[in-house]
Design a protein. Structure first.
Length: 138
């Protein structure tokens, strides 16, 4: 039973009716911050979808597979695929983070070199130019 008291038999609900009722859709989905697992029953069997939140309102289907004999097998596939997907994303994020840190270090070194050149140029500009003649008394 749902915490708000809703009861439903998802096997008796057609796919079209299922799509029109967002509450029922939410009850069958495993949610996370970025990705959601959606399980639905079709005429061919169970359909598992991994959707990604693009914005507040938009969602894109990242991966989808149908024809599962049971809900548990569809859920198992979706969870393992989601874990694989997020681990690839984590490793890609780590590589990008390392590149970004390296580029920031290079930029810092360049800016320090530029600053030292600028200070040297200012010091040279402040120093008197040319040779100064010394007058000797006779």
């Amino acid at each position: 039973m749902h915490p708000l008291g809703y009861q439903f038999d998802y096997k008796s609900v057609s796919l079209a009716a299922f799509r029109q009722q967002p509450l029922l859709e939410k009850l069958l989905m495993t949610t996370s911050k970025k990705y959601e697992l959606e399980l639905s029953e079709t005429a061919d069997g169970w359909l598992a979808k991994i959707t990604r939140k693009v914005s507040y309102k938009k969602r894109l289907t990242t991966k989808e597979q149908g024809g599962f004999e049971s809900e548990s097998s569809a859920k198992l596939w979706a969870e393992s695929t989601l874990e694989e997907l997020t681990s690839k994303q984590r490793s890609s994020n780590n590589v990008q983070s390392d590149k970004r840190k390296k580029n920031e270090e290079i930029k810092l070194l360049r800016s320090e070199r530029r600053a030292s050149k600028t200070q040297k140029a200012k010091a040279d500009a402040a120093a008197p130019k040319g040779k100064t003649e010394r007058l000797e008394e006779i």
